[in-house]
Design a protein around this ligand. Structure first.
Ligand code: DC
Length: 231
């Protein structure tokens, strides 16, 4: 069967990564988490004195951007993709709070985006890929055969994050989380470089009231429909 490119974009905390990862596994495609790449650049910047107290030395980062090598490998035990930065497994580090709170301004730098988009396009050259992010259907793969834009009501996303934190035994305040969700939506949609925007030819998936099973079935239906057409 002819392989296609699948772009999954959308708001934060919509379950994009879980959905993209599962879909890729089901259909035997490669999964790439583009957010992990921006997170890896952020970690590199923190470890190399490029970010200090939230201030970015953009000249230094520009000079060193070509020295940042990001790759993904499947963990043979868990079957999950692991992010490598210059040969080091950084999967846990890039998910930490410090990276999370510094990544937005790094992801907003145009030369960082140019470098990451080039790498993402190279990774998707052979098709057979599911990539999730914010600008995959609009900038990275504007010709992707299947584009999905995921959303859910802010209150529902806040509740999901609240439940996740509680399940991990962390303290959480629903009102604060909701405020943060709304703020991040605003930043994502209004930033100057590559703002979050639904591609004209993307399918909207509002999963506010969908069960996991309903969502998986919907995704498979779309995949089968598009691959049938691409034959
Ligand atoms: O999806 P995430 O939370 O791991 O993304 C991390 C950051 O990178 C977040 O600030 C959004 C940004 N991002 C982006 O600007 N473009 C992408 N294609 C993916 C993520």
């Amino acid at each position: 069967m002819k392989k296609i490119t699948i772009a999954i974009d959308g708001f934060s905390s919509c379950g994009k990564s879980t959905m993209a990862k599962e879909l890729a596994k089901q259909i035997g495609y490669i999964y790439i988490d583009s957010g992990a790449m921006y997170r890896a650049v952020t970690l590199y910047s923190m470890e190399n004195g490029i970010i200090k107290n939230g201030i970015i030395d953009t000249d230094k980062l520009k000079k060193q951007i070509a020295d940042i090598h990001i790759t993904f490998q499947l963990d043979p035990e868990t079957g999950k993709p692991v992010t490598y930065l210059n040969g080091q497994n950084v999967e846990d580090k890039i998910r930490g709070m410090e990276v999370s709170s510094n990544v937005s301004p790094i992801a907003a730098l145009d030369f960082v985006r140019v470098a990451m988009v080039a790498l993402q396009q190279e990774m998707g050259e052979a098709k057979g890929i599911v990539m999730d992010g914010r600008d995959i259907g609009t900038t990275v793969f504007p010709k992707a055969e299947l584009k999905i834009f995921v959303t859910a009501a802010p209150e529902i996303r806040a509740q999901r994050r609240y439940d996740e934190l509680k399940a991990k035994g962390e303290t959480a305040n629903y009102e604060d989380i909701l405020k943060n969700v709304i703020e991040r939506d605003h930043i994502d949609q209004t930033r100057e470089v590559s703002p979050l925007k639904m591609a004209d030819d993307a399918l909207l998936l509002d999963n506010s009231n969908l069960t996991h099973v309903q969502q998986s079935e919907w995704l498979m239906k779309q995949f089968n429909r598009v691959t049938e057409q691409a034959k």
